[in-house]
Write a protein that binds this ligand. Sequence first.
Ligand SMILES: [Zn+2]
Ligand SMILES: [Zn+2]
Length: 173
Amino acid sequence: MSENIENKTFCYKHPERETSLRCNRCEQLICTQCAVLTPTGYRCKDCVRGQQKVFNTAQVQDYIFGIAIAALLGYLGAILVRFVGFFVFFVSPAIGVGIAEAVRWVVRRRRAKSLYQSVTAAAVIGALFNSLPALLGLLFGSFDLFGLLWSGIYIAFMAGSLYMRLSGIQIRR
Ligand SMILES: [Zn+2]
Ligand SMILES: [Zn+2]
């Protein structure tokens, strides 16, 4: 931050560029080239970079526990939706939200996009595991198309709401 006697202010990285724009987080003076427009206003590149680091706070055990919980709940959810009939359309997104909340609790709200993707994939695999008998049934001629269709709806709705719920935290911050 450099200010001279004529009250002119200059960019903290480019002392030759006059500017009155300030980063709204650290209040450094920034020129238009150094300013990054964020949802909360103009910020300097250092602050933006610092924030991106905060977005990726997940640790190795978060992946292990997150994936285990999501796979288990995805599997249990698949059993549950067999009994709800048409309500699969309402129950599946709710299960997705429930899994997301369980995962958030387990990983103590640490975050990383790759964590969300792994967790969603794990929930889908858990759910598919439940459809395994029906899928194997196809090979042996017992054709449970209705059951498979229902599982498909469940997996799509559950995974969609799970991923949106998890990654939603990131957007709101
Ligand atoms: Zn800043
Ligand atoms: Zn600059």
